[in-house]
Design a protein around this ligand. Structure first.
Ligand code: AMP
Ligand code: MG
Length: 413
């Protein structure tokens, strides 16, 4: 069968799209820029954290045996021989009958083996009265109790969140090796399109796809290269495609020009410059999809309708962008929700309906966000997720439980 007539399931199409993508080469960058990136190196601790045993409390560093019989009625009096504020250490040892005033985090001075917190003292002056005995180790944080020198802390493949950034900082690392971000070229096609600040005239519409797609690329960690609009003209399309290739794109995304009516020109250009397949995918919205490579760069031709472009981006482009960053969890979370609206007779495609989701007790309820036409961008604007209605379901009564792919969470702020 000719490639362009192939009708693929979502899974088949996704498998074909994802398989040629590989994680991109590593780069070494400042740790504050690593958020959301995936590590390409194993990070071992080259020091203990904390580096020295230190106090968990503000108080007095003591020899525990000195405090053994202390009580509020019969306090033990110790002579204060030093005062250690944050960042200070001392060579002075705590000998029997003595104590050193000490602030949280300060290394335990030699001779001391416990800390009495201020609350269990009279706060002290030249001497301090201890009201409560402590045992060896009380209020002492051990060296290496967080991280031990030599330990593997962040294995390659770790996705960096704020806590990993903090850990790199705690280990004294300024930079880290991570997969670089994919550069994603974005090109809209269509004679009817005008720039968003151009004066409107009949027959024209604003190029909104480039903007929603750029935003999606940024959201999922890519670096967008916005190429603007190509007219439905072979020469212009060819030169725009070459411009994108010249900018070092790792992935090429086009929108429009892949529906049956007008895909000939896009097909011609793409076939001339590279190798391209056109498929139909058994989904709604977003049936037509082009995929192939051009100048050695993988290209995904998204449909032109604004909702179809966004939904097929989520299903096919997003996982490819994540895979290039070395990520392995490529799915959006899927929850089960009760769809409160009926779905009337549908065709044999898998439908992705835009829904708003609310949590009621332990269950989620989903409502359709109005008109579900593939040109109704407002249905995306009002939604948080995509309810997935399987191919073999014809009619769905209101109140049926369905899987919902969450693009955003109602609880997220
Ligand atoms: P096409 O796939 O090129 O036939 O486009 C399908 C529909 O999507 C048409 O109604 C187009 O006007 C619309 N469309 C195509 N590209 C864009 C775009 N960049 N922004 C907004 N709408 C678009
Ligand atoms: Mg078009």
């Amino acid at each position: 069968m000719k490639e362009e007539y192939l009708m693929l399931s979502v899974e088949e199409a996704l498998e074909r799209v994802l398989s040629p993508f590989q994680p991109l080469p590593p780069e070494r960058i400042p740790i504050l820029e690593t958020l959301g990136r995936v590590m390409t190196e194993d990070v071992f601790a080259d020091m203990d954290v904390p580096p020295l045993a230190n106090t968990a409390m503000d108080g007095y560093a003591v020899r525990a045996e000195d405090t053994a019989r202390a009580s509020r009625e019969n306090p033990v009096r110790l002579r204060i021989i030093d005062n250690l504020t944050a960042g200070r250490t001392t060579q002075v040892a705590v000998s029997t009958g003595c104590a050193i005033r000490i602030m949280t985090g300060v290394p335990i001075p030699p001779g001391a083996d416990a800390v009495v917190q201020f609350e269990d003292t009279d706060q002290g002056g030249e001497w301090v009265a201890i009201f409560k005995g402590v045992e060896t180790g009380t209020n002492v944080r051990l060296a290496g109790e967080d991280v031990k020198k030599g330990e593997l802390i962040l294995p390659r493949g770790t996705e960096i969140r704020p806590q990993e950034v903090g850990m790199l900082a705690a280990l004294g690392r300024k930079e880290a090796w991570v997969h670089r971000r994919p550069r994603v070229a974005i090109l809209a096609t269509g004679d009817e399109l005008i720039e968003i600040d151009a004066p409107w005239s009949p027959g024209k519409i604003h190029n909104s796809n480039s903007y929603s797609i750029v935003a999606q690329v940024i959201r999922y960690g890519g670096f967008p290269l916005m190429l603007g609009i190509a007219r439905d003209d072979e020469g212009e399309l060819t030169s725009k495609v070459r411009e994108g290739l010249g900018k070092g794109a790792d992935l090429f995304l086009t929108s429009g020009g892949v529906s049956m009516g007008d895909f000939d020109i896009v097909k011609k250009v793409l076939a001339a410059e590279g190798k391209m397949g056109f498929w139909r995918v058994r989904i709604k919205p977003g049936k037509p999809l082009a995929f192939g490579q051009i100048g050695g760069v993988l290209l995904l031709g998204l449909p032109g309708n604004p909702v179809s472009a966004m939904v097929t981006f989520e299903l096919f482009a997003r996982p490819a962008i994540l895979k290039m960053q070395g990520k392995t969890r490529l799915e959006k979370p899927i929850i089960e929700a009760k769809l409160m609206d009926a779905v009337p007779h549908k065709d044999k495609r898998r439908h992705y309906l835009r829904v708003i989701v609310e949590r009621q007790g332990s269950e989620y309820k989903a409502h359709l966000t109005g008109d579900q036409g593939s040109g109704i961008l407002l249905s995306m604007v009002r939604s948080q997720g995509l309810a997935i209605i399987p191919e073999d379901v014809d009619h769905l009564p209101a109140g049926t439980k369905v899987p919902v792919m969450m693009l955003d969470w109602p609880e997220d702020k």
